[in-house]
Design a protein around this ligand. Structure first.
Ligand SMILES: [Zn+2]
Length: 429
């Protein structure tokens, strides 16, 4: 048996208190053995002057979109997708997706993220990158039927079902999957009526974009006479283990539906602000009992994958949406990025406690912008940055030690990403 002792630091506990403690990790089981003063450990991770936190959970991203970072900005969602993103994505090769995923995973490891939920294609490439990265992920193949003939549309949804079955449990269980209809407006009703029951029968979890912009809500109300989430429920989309990305434009009846069907929300504040999609009623959803996690969305609409930025954005935007400075407070936002996110994805992570998955990050507190330390939970929400993360551990393995990523050759991946991104844009022109 091999143990890792994370020693000398302070530890953020599940009740959002901070105490001086060591954390003993069972590396074979990938779980936390003890928190306190357990001693032991075949290997040590120096956390002196640092804060040990649960690894952050990015509940909605498109990790390979790092290759499209900064390619097109400052446009509304619909025009941005049609004019800039989709034409370039049509040229993506599996090798591009592999390199883009590796780059994104390195960025996440370097900013303390240990679990993610991804929506994309060429999932076999992303799964291999996740296996190498050592993190946990919910992966899936995203089906879109608009602009496709019947055969193409059905093939896409069949692929989404197949991928969800094929990769579930991969990488020693670190990879779980979801069935992924892209959204309620980009997948036709007849296809949803046919395939959603199949996903439910197979016991698959479901991840889709929903209620992101007003442009998405209006046509559904017009065509079906009900709000989008009522339409989703009628289709059976909320019957299983489901979470929706965004949930910006949800009314009270839809919040109630989220609670009744135990459907979670992956809140993506930076993307919602950048694309001017709107302000999600996060405090209302939390008050009603909805499980709300935080996601960065893809790097093309953010433009980074730093969950510390995202916590700060979630707190700020949540206050603005509620017109209440006490809304979405610091402990709430930290819980959203850790325990809530892990619950949403169905991982026993997000809490530093014995028996939980050993997914954690150690922050260096000896920096000007985290001084003085009146309240470390406040610092996590409002002042810390991804670059403050010193070590990252997932499933008991050290993925980054003293800012050195151990699972990838960072320089090689960055160089390859530049080459692939340049060639991709050239092909798409
Ligand atoms: Zn998205």
């Amino acid at each position: 048996m091999s143990d890792l002792l994370v020693t000398g630091g302070q530890v953020l506990r599940p009740d959002m208190t901070v105490e001086r403690a060591d954390v003993l990790v069972d590396q074979d089981a990938g779980t936390i053995e003890a928190v306190g003063d357990p001693g032991g450990g075949d290997d040590e991770l120096d956390a002196a002057g640092g804060l040990v936190i649960p690894g952050l959970v990015n509940t909605h991203t498109h990790v390979a979109m790092t290759l499209l970072r900064g390619l097109a900005d400052d446009k509304p969602l619909d025009a941005w997708l049609r004019e800039d993103i989709w034409p370039v994505e049509a040229e993506l090769t599996p090798e591009d997706i592999r390199v883009g995923a590796e780059l994104g995973l390195i960025e996440m490891i370097k900013s303390g993220t240990t679990a993610l939920s991804d929506m994309y294609f060429a999932v076999e490439e992303i799964a291999q990158a996740v296996e190498q990265a050592g993190v946990r992920a919910r992966l899936g193949y995203t089906a879109v039927t608009v602009g496709k003939d019947d055969e193409g549309a059905r093939a896409d949804l069949e692929r989404s079902l197949e991928v969800a079955q094929e990769f579930d449990g991969a990488a020693d269980g670190r990879i779980r999957t979801t069935f992924q209809p892209h959204s309620l407006t980009t997948v036709g009703e007849q296809f949803l009526r046919e395939f959603v029951p199949q996903a439910n029968e197979a016991g698959l979890a479901t991840h889709l974009h929903a209620n992101e912009t007003p442009d998405e809500v209006g046509p559904i109300v017009e065509e079906h006479g009900v709000r989008p989430l009522a339409y989703a429920e009628d289709l059976g989309l909320l019957a299983g283990e489901t979470y929706v990305a965004h949930g910006v434009h949800v009314d009270d009846s839809e919040i109630e539906l989220l609670v009744e069907t135990d459907t979670g929300v992956a809140h993506c504040p930076a993307s919602n602000m950048k694309l001017a999609s709107g302000m999600a009623p996060v405090q209302d959803m939390l008050d009603a009992g909805v499980t709300v996690g935080i996601g960065t969305d893809g790097a093309a609409s953010n433009n980074d994958l730093d969950m510390f930025d995202e916590m700060r954005d979630a707190a700020m935007l949540g206050k603005l949406a509620a017109e209440d400075a006490s809304a979405v407070d610091a402990p709430t936002v930290v819980e959203m990025a850790t325990a809530n996110g892990a619950d949403l994805l169905g991982f026993d992570s997000g809490r530093i406690e014995p028996g939980a998955n050993a997914d954690l990050a150690v922050l260096n507190l000896d920096v000007p912008h985290l001084t003085p330390a009146h309240d470390l939970v406040s610092h996590l929400a409002y002042a810390a940055r991804g670059s403050d993360v010193r070590h990252t551990v997932a499933d008991g393995q050290v993925l980054m030690r003293d800012r050195e990523v151990t699972v990838f050759d960072e320089d090689r991946v960055r160089e390859a990403a530049v080459d692939h991104a340049d060639a991709l844009v050239e092909r798409a022109m």
